[in-house]
Design a protein. Structure first.
Length: 113
């Protein structure tokens, strides 16, 4: 799968803003999950993932707080899109931009494990 598809860029280009936001968030979620698994832990929910990243990476100086904040924002964007039918091009672009930065960070961290 190409990176554009994983981040939701193709969906954004097709005008499917809801799906673009959902794809962007889940690319972040599963990348974050890989980081937690690399530390031999497992999260039990979306919010537990953020707590695990905070404890295992932010507090240890391996990840900026901004990354976890952006993950949480994208969770809310995804939730609004899925359950509230609230989404637009701007929120999809925001999610994709944050996902791209998050995945770049995760790739660097995974390669150093």
């Amino acid at each position: 799968m190409c990176e554009g598809k994983a981040l939701g860029k193709d969906s954004l280009d097709d005008g499917d803003y809801k799906w673009a936001a959902v794809q962007a968030y889940y690319s972040m979620f599963y990348a974050g999950k890989a980081l937690v698994l690399a530390e031999e832990y497992r999260e039990k929910s979306h919010y537990c993932l953020m707590i695990a990243l905070q404890e295992l990476y932010v507090k240890r100086g391996r990840m900026d707080q901004e990354m976890v904040n952006n993950l949480e924002l994208c969770l809310h964007l995804r939730h609004d899109a899925d359950y509230g039918s609230i989404y637009d091009k701007e929120s999809a672009w925001t999610a994709i931009g944050y996902a791209k930065t998050f995945l770049t960070t995760v790739k660097k961290l995974i390669s150093s494990v």
